[in-house]
Write a protein that binds this ligand. Sequence first.
Ligand code: DX5
Length: 253
Amino acid sequence: MPRAIISPSVLASDFGQLTAECKRMIKGGAEWLHMGTLSTALCPQLGCAAITDRLYPRHFVPNITMGAPVLSCVSKGVPGIFMDCHMMVAQPEKVRRALSLLLEPANGLRKWVNDIADAGGSLYCFHLEATSDPLPIIEAIHSRGMKAGVAISPDTPSAAVADDVAAAADMLLVMTVYPGRGGQKFLDRCLPKVTELRARFPDKDIEVDGGVGPATVDACADAGSNVIVAGTAIFGAQDPEGVIATLKATVNK
Ligand code: DX5
């Protein structure tokens, strides 16, 4: 299994001090920073697998957090940061309108991919439930020099991750809560999906996100996850460095 990567979720940080919070995490031993980018963009595929789409029709998740302008400030303020951008958006393939393409041809067709790349994103992770055509998105992400991640929500089976999509992606994300906000209870029923994906892809980075902390990381690592996202458990701790070290040691044991 690949080595541990700890990616603190900034949704649990003090947004008023975002740059300082990211520096604090890197100093504390984190390899990546998990930037949860949420949007209420209209979803063209009604009734897709994510429960949030059923609870909040035509929206991928019911919240708004931050977008490319904020990421851009963080990447300038924290040189060398690896921004693991989790795009909880309804249209990860969103394209520019013809007029803006004419005015800004250098920016290419794919709006969110280009915006995140221009903002300094390192990894662009989109949800399988939000698209019917993942491979061109992965190609677009790679063409902008970012790693590509493919996420599945709790109700999506691991079999939905086709072999060619997983092979093209750099990372697979198994959500262990319904996407949309931090501080939710870890859903251990999602772990068999990690086990299945690890068996199919022994060398791939496999990330878990949602309710992960010292109490649940052991099960995640046993299932085969090596990229650990934790928000509340790290930012809410008296000793974030100690929590990061514990998470890392558990995966690398
Ligand atoms: C959920 C986000 C997570 C979330 C995790 O929609 O993708 O990154 O912030 O937060 P905790 O670790 O608090 O569950």
